[in-house]
Design a binder for this molecule. Structure first.
Ligand code: NDP
Length: 288
C-alpha cells in the first residue's frame, strides 16, 4: 500500500496538493500525510528520522524549505543556505535509509545562473553562478539536483526534482517598477503536475513545470489583474525605490510539453481571480 508523505504540507504548494488530492486525485488504497514544522523540525536529523519511522512512506514529495522574498534572501544568506541544506540532506538520506521508492523535491527557477541565455532549460542549472541576491538559497537548492544523480548512481535511488516557475496564490504589494517579466501558474496546476511527476516521471534529471513561454507577463500585468479581481478603485502605485530583481527568467517547458502535451494551464486572469478569492476567504492564515 502506498503512503505519500508531503513535507511542507501546510505551505502554499502543499495546501494546493492537498486540495487536489481531496478533489479526487487519490487512488484507492493510498494514504496521504501532509506535514508541517509542528510534526518535526526537518533540520534536525533525529526528528526527521522519527517522521520516517512513524509513517513509513513509500513516496515523498519534499516541499519544506526556508522560503522568502528578495529582501529576506539578501539579508539572511547564511540561514537560507544552512536551513535548506540541512533539511534537504536529512530528507534525502532518510529516503535512502528507509527505502522510499520515489522522492520528488522542489527547486526554483531563481536558482538558475544569473547570466544566461533564454529560454532557460533543465540542462543549464549549473552553468554559472546564481543571482548574488539569493545565492544562499540557490546553492542549497542546486545541491539537491547534484545529489539526486549521486543517489541514483551510487544507491539506485529514484529521486528527482521539479523546477516550478512563479506560483500565483496570494496578492502582493507592488514593489519595484512592475516591468520585470515572469511566468506565473496557478498553484493547483503545479499540484496536479507534481502528482503526475511522483507517479510517472522516473529520471533523476530535473523537470521544469511552467506555463508556456508565450504566457509570460509583466509584474504590472499581474498587479492589474489583481486590481480587477478585487474591483479596487484607488490608485496603483509602483514603488520604484525598491529593487526589481532579475528583469526576466523565461523558462522553457519543452520537456514537460513533450511528456504531458494535454495539460491545460489555468489562464492568468482566472488564476488571479481564484487566488484573490482564496486570499479573501483565508485572510487570517495567509502569508502576508
Ligand atoms: P511555504 O513557505 O508556503 O511553506 C513552507 C513549508 O515548509 C511549510 O509547510 C513549513 O511548515 C515547512 N517548513 C519550513 N521550515 C521547516 C522545518 N525546519 N522543518 C519542517 N518543516 C518546515 O513554501 P511554498 O509552499 O511556497 O514552497 C514549497 C516549495 O516550493 C519550496 O521548496 C520552495 O523552495 C519551492 N518554490 C516556491 C515558490 C513560490 O513562489 N512559493 C517558487 C519556486 C519554488 P510550517 O507551516 O509549520 O511553518
Amino acid at each position: 500500500m502506498n503512503l505519500y508523505l508531503v513535507t511542507g504540507g501546510s505551505g502554499l504548494v502543499g495546501s494546493a496538493i492537498k486540495a487536489i488530492v481531496e478533489k479526487g486525485e487519490k487512488v484507492d488504497g493510498e494514504t496521504w500525510v501532509f506535514l508541517s514544522s509542528k510534526d518535526g523540525d526537518l533540520t534536525i536529523r533525529s526528528e526527521c528520522d522519527a517522521i520516517f519511522v512513524k509513517h513509513k512512506p513509500t513516496h515523498v514529495i519534499h516541499l519544506a524549505a526556508k522560503v522568502g522574498g528578495l529582501f529576506a534572501n539578501m539579508s539572511k544568506k547564511v540561514e537560507f543556505y544552512r536551513e535548506n541544506i540541512m533539511m534537504n540532506d536529512n530528507v534525502m538520506e532518510c529516503c535512502r535509509i528507509h527505502k522510499v521508492e520515489k522522492l520528488v523535491s522542489y527547486l526554483s527557477t531563481c536558482v538558475f545562473p544569473d547570466k544566461t541565455t533564454y529560454p532557460i532549460d533543465e540542462t543549464m542549472l549549473h552553468s554559472g553562478p546564481p543571482h548574488p541576491s539569493n545565492e544562499g538559497y540557490a546553492y542549497a537548492k542546486r545541491m539537491v539536483d547534484t545529489m539526486n544523480r549521486a543517489y541514483a548512481e551510487e544507491y539506485g535511488c529514484n529521486f528527482t526534482s521539479i523546477i516550478p516557475t512563479n506560483i500565483l496564490c496570494t496578492p502582493f504589494t507592488v514593489w519595484g517598477s512592475g516591468t520585470p517579466l515572469r511566468q506565473f501558474m496557478y498553484s493547483e496546476d503545479l499540484a496536479e503536475l507534481t502528482i503526475w511527476v511522483v507517479r510517472e516521471y522516473h529520471s533523476p534529471e530535473p523537470i521544469i513545470v511552467s506555463v508556456d513561454e508565450e504566457s509570460e507577463v509583466s509584474i504590472k500585468d499581474v498587479a492589474m489583474a489583481v486590481v480587477k479581481a478585487i474591483d479596487f478603485q484607488g490608485e496603483v502605485v509602483f514603488d520604484t525605490s525598491k529593487a526589481d530583481g532579475q528583469f526576466k527568467k523565461t523558462a522553457s517547458n519543452a520537456k514537460l510539453r513533450k511528456l504531458k502535451p494535454e495539460h491545460e494551464f489555468i489562464g492568468i486572469e482566472e488564476g488571479v481571480k481564484k487566488a484573490v478569492d482564496w486570499f479573501v476567504k483565508n485572510y487570517d492564515q495567509a502569508r502576508k
